[in-house]
Ligand binder design. Structure first.
Ligand code: Z5A
Length: 221
């Protein structure tokens, strides 16, 4: 018997909104309910895409401009989808991805002003039909997200995106909110303020409301 396709969940939002933390917590909660889960991230998520991540976050590619960076994010994404995401979904594993193509639409598109026709063409090649079933947009004011990221990264050098000012991160937040508003059937905005456990409860509630879990004997409801 072939396994039913897994579900594809993406976590999006600005810096320090808690995506990585919540991806791990959501995976553990789903596994408790009998779901096999693979957590991954972008840029990265496959050996080759992790190498492209280093180039992008170092700022080496910044002189290429938003369109050049978008092409690199898409090249990494094509490999990530082919090597990691699509095989997991085909095997019936649920995939939780920390950032995906909405990040390109927001960072390089809405804020960077890359040509939307280019971004759509890149999506056709890199994403094709591997579209998320559910996208959780984690939302906090940028001052809170940046403070969280700074507290975590004490002593480490800021990456190419962390070096941007608060106005830039406010524009990113607004762009994520308007993207979510435009696609309510796929996107849910999660209030990511408050403690980790409260945010995790909001996320689990959104996931179990939108995506029916496979029935597993003995698993908690
Ligand atoms: N980018 C792009 O431009 N185009 C693209 O297509 C893609 C990405 C895919 C990736 O950097 C950068 O690439 C990203 C956009 C760009 N840059 N920015 N900004 P990254 O992966 O290194 O950075 P990030 O995605 O923004 O992740 P982050 O800074 O690690 O944030 P996070 O994953 O949302 O948060 P976290 O790591 O879970 O939490 C941050 C800290 O806050 C940590 O110490 C936690 O313990 C703490 N935390 C988490 N939740 C809470 C709550 N609720 N209360 C208090 N403290 C908390």
């Amino acid at each position: 018997m072939t396994a039913a396709r897994g579900r594809f969940i993406t976590l999006e939002g600005g810096e320090g909104t808690g995506k990585s933390t919540q991806a791990r917590i959501l995976a553990a909660a789903l596994e408790t309910r009998g779901v096999k889960v693979r957590v991954t991230r972008e840029p990265g998520g496959s050996p080759l895409a992790e190498k492209v991540r280093e180039v992008l976050l170092s700022g080496l590619a910044q002189p290429l401009g938003p369109q050049g960076e978008a092409a690199l994010f898409a090249a990494a994404r094509a490999d990530h989808v082919r090597e990691t995401i699509a095989p997991a979904l085909a095997a019936g594993t649920w995939v939780i991805c920390d950032r995906f193509t909405d990040s390109t639409r927001v960072y390089q598109g809405a804020v960077g002003k890359a040509d939307p026709r280019l971004l759509r063409a890149l999506d056709r090649v890199s994403v094709a039909d591997t579209v998320p079933d559910l996208t959780l947009v984690l939302d906090v004011p940028p001052e809170i997200g940046l403070a969280r990221a700074a507290a975590r990264g004490k002593g480490a050098a800021a990456d190419r995106f962390e070096r941007e000012g608060v106005e830039y991160h406010a524009a990113i937040r607004a762009a994520f909110l308007s993207l979510a508003e435009a696609e309510p059937e796929r996107c849910v905005v999660i209030d990511a303020g408050g403690d980790v456990d409260s945010v995790a409860a909001r996320i689990l509630s959104a996931v179990t409301t939108r995506l029916p879990l496979p029935a597993v004997a003995g698993a908690p409801a």
